[in-house]
Design a protein around this ligand. Structure first.
Ligand SMILES: Nc1ncnc2c1ncn2[C@@H]1O[C@H](COP(=O)(O)OP(=O)(O)OP(=O)(O)O)[C@@H](O)[C@H]1O
Ligand SMILES: [Mg+2]
Length: 686
């Protein structure tokens, strides 16, 4: 972050924005010099005009005319150069400051937790990132120097006028109190109106964003007229808010214009009177008249500048709110230290887990040199031992509704956990606690014996990978999507046979990937064949949110992306729900290669997806109601058994010899027990 959001929290908006501008102070100083040059010339030129009138036109010294005209051209050139210089530099200053501000906003968005996004409309965030930010840019690069220009010109011109003729200048200065009263009134009323406009725009943007996102649903339900009506309401509100502002401006602007007109009236009326009476020369009146626009301009412009200033204030409030939003999920003080202690050599490294697997031992050996430790790697490696220690959870915005109740489970590193349960039982919520997307309300989630809150978030999330239930793909190539977690990994390292889980505990950062690695991950995820059949293969660009792919294809790509990330804990949340049974069986077959190399948590509604797990949990209303291996749960004749029978198409209690008949085969017709790794049995960990 360029500026610590905790700083200057109570400061006014102008002081708050200053740190973003600070690096550009030299540029502003240069602009000020140019500005002074411009204004000095602007104040001198009318004096010269007066001299021309008095000496050449009235006095008849015609020989002086070319020299005076030449001087005037020179002064004008200096003025134009000054103006060009300071407008360019101020624009640059505004753009640079906004660049820093937007970077901070963006970084902040990445720091914010799920709770914030659950409650904030995308359109709202987008307006803060775009139009609010632009209002601040406009204020910094245009309003700032125009205000300065107006003030300097007004005071400067008035001062010059006083030196020429104090009586006429005093008469003109009489408008100042009226100007003050009018601008204050305009400013006071404009502020809430601008704030309302910003809110209304955010709401309008959200509506548009939602409709673009949900256009298929709208079309499918033929709700276009209803949505259009809803949009019209918000559009109308936005228009109304703008009209309110326009009415407010119109209430004051004519008066400000009138003040400008009164200045001309005073100059010509009173000035003319002084000239006729011989109390003032005609040249002085011409100079006065030239100075007049310098105070007339600021008077008329003040209304618009005040509007811009209030727009700046309203936008600052919105952006400051975003920047000062607290994330509930942050690194605990000393997180790195506690976690590092847990990951000491000898505490059971991933290497030992990986090499213990006969299935992948060759892959481990072959790829040991593929992944290298990098200076930016996470602080410690996670083995993948997970323990839910009497965990209760309720969402922060609804603390009265417990979602998870007394979850107490141990998942040893390298084992497979299956989670089954009706929809809304809390399965996704449970796994979200492992990656610390939320923290438990009470109890602890221990990762390798260390509270998840004590792990650095970057370490935790780089090694706990959730294949989320709702798949999201970036508008990028398939290869780019699969390699997303690898960053700009660079060119091939020469070992394309690398298997996930083969990094020997070095973590992910610094890893170098190649196309074959990506392809291998796609093969494991059952995605390679359909990718190959696409015209551009791995270079196919998938549209926003992966449009152009089927649901099952998107799921397989997101699984490949997770595998490529090579996590120590792989969580698949209903990952194969949209995949046909045959492909699912194929994926499972491939995934067996990973047995023992990482902890795998599979959430599913299909028994076939979890039955090979070392332990299966059945969740109901946020509680674990059953746990054990497939065989144990079937034998228990409980909830799992009843789901199993339903999925087999059998009626509960239909056959006396059920256990013997069906327990030995699974729903996809494979051997039910042959591939189950060493069972941890029901409650064996408790
Ligand atoms: N952001 C949220 N705020 C408040 N309640 C939520 C939020 N997200 C989910 N819930 C509630 O938490 C409960 C558990 O949701 P969860 O997504 O964990 O269910 P699930 O078991 O994964 O269901 P499914 O099988 O349909 O995916 C549900 O009752 C849901 O309404
Ligand atoms: Mg879910």
């Amino acid at each position: 972050m360029y500026v610590d959001p905790a700083k200057n929290q109570d400061a006014g908006n102008l002081r708050w924005i200053m740190p973003y501008c600070r690096p550009d102070w030299p540029r502003v100083a240069g602009a000020l010099v140019m500005f002074c040059m411009n204004n000095a010339m602007a104040l001198t030129i009318p004096l010269l005009a007066g001299v021309i009138v008095d000496r050449v036109i009235v006095g008849g010294h015609t020989a002086e005319l070319p020299g005076l005209c030449g001087l005037m051209i020179l002064l004008t050139l200096i003025r134009v150069t000054g103006r060009y210089g300071y407008t360019m530099w101020m624009e640059r200053f505004g753009q640079n400051s906004i660049y820093r501000l937007v970077s901070d906003e963006y970084e902040k968005l990445h720091q914010l937790d799920f709770t914030y996004f659950n409650h904030t409309r995308t359109g709202d965030i987008m307006s803060r990132m775009t139009s609010d930010t632009d209002a601040i840019r406009h204020a910094l690069s245009w309003v700032s120097y125009n205000v300065l220009d107006c003030v300097v010109m007004f005071i400067g011109a008035l001062a010059m006028m006083f030196t020429i003729d104090w009586r006429l200048a005093l008469a003109l200065a009489c408008v100042t109190p009226f100007l003050f009263v009018l601008t204050r009134g305009l400013s006071k009323h404009a502020h809430p109106l601008f704030y309302a406009i910003r809110n209304s725009l955010a709401s309008l943007n959200s509506m548009v964003e939602e409709n673009i996102e949900g256009n298929r649903v709208v079309k499918a339900f033929v709700r276009e007229p209803y949505e259009t009506e809803k949009f019209d309401e918000r559009n109308d509100d936005y228009m109304q808010r703008n009209m309110d502002l326009a009415y407010n401006s119109r209430r004051y602007m004519p008066w400000l214009d009138g003040l400008g007109f009164s200045l001309q009236l005073i100059t010509l009326g009173f000035g003319g009177f002084l000239v006729i009476r011989g109390m003032m020369t005609l040249g002085n009146l011409v100079s006065f008249n030239s100075f007049l626009w310098m105070i007339d301009g600021p008077v008329r412009q003040s209304g618009w500048l005040i509007n811009d200033w209030q727009r700046f204030n309203a936008s600052c409030i919105k952006i400051r709110k975003l920047l000062t939003t607290e994330s509930h999920i942050v690194d605990a003080a000393g997180a790195a230290g506690a976690a590092a202690a847990a990951a000491e050599p000898g505490a059971g490294s991933a290497t030992s887990v990986a090499t213990s697997s006969a299935v992948t031992s060759s892959a481990v050996t072959s790829s040991a040199t593929t992944f290298t430790t990098s200076s930016v790697m996470p602080a410690a490696h996670i083995r993948g031992d997970i323990r839910f220690d009497h965990v209760d959870f309720a969402f922060p915005d609804d603390p009265g509704t417990p979602i998870l109740k007394d979850i107490d489970v141990h998942v040893p590193a390298g084992t497979k956990l299956g989670i089954l349960g009706e929809t809304g039982a809390g399965k996704s919520t449970l796994v979200n606690l492992v990656a610390r997307f939320y923290d438990p309300t009470s109890g602890r989630v221990l990762i390798d014996g260390v509270d998840a809150r004590d792990w650095p978030l970057a370490t935790l999330r780089s090694q706990v990978c959730i294949v989320a239930q709702d798949t999201f793909l970036f508008s990028d190539t398939i290869e780019g999507n699969i390699g997303f977690g690898l960053g700009s990994g660079g060119a091939a390292a020469g070992d394309s046979d690398a298997e996930p889980g083969a990094d020997g505990g070095d973590g992910n950062a610094g890893r170098r990937i190649d196309e074959q690695y990506i392809q291998r991950m796609a093969q494991i995820a059952g995605a390679d064949s359909f990718i190959q059949s696409m015209p551009d293969g791995y270079d196919t660009v998938v549209g926003e949110r992966g449009v152009g792919l089927s649901g099952g294809q998107k799921q397989r790509l997101s699984l490949a992306r997770a595998l490529a990330d090579n996590p120590s804990v792989l969580i698949m949340d209903d990952t194969t729900s949209a995949v046909d049974m045959e492909t699912e069986a194929e994926i499972q077959q491939h995934l067996r290669e990973l047995d023992g190399t990482r902890t795998i948590i599979t959430i599913a509604h299909r028994i076939s997806s979890v039955k090979d797990s070392d332990m299966i949990l059945v969740l109901e209303h946020g509680r674990i109601v059953e746990r054990g291996t497939h065989d144990q749960l079937v034998a228990a004749h409980g909830r799992y058994w009843s789901i199993y029978r339903k999925q087999l198409g059998l009626q509960a209690g239909a056959s006396q010899g059920y256990d013997e008949d069906v327990a030995g085969r699974d729903v996809v017709g494979r051997d039910a027990t042959g591939n189950v790794a060493g069972s941890t049995a029901a409650g064996s960990d408790e």
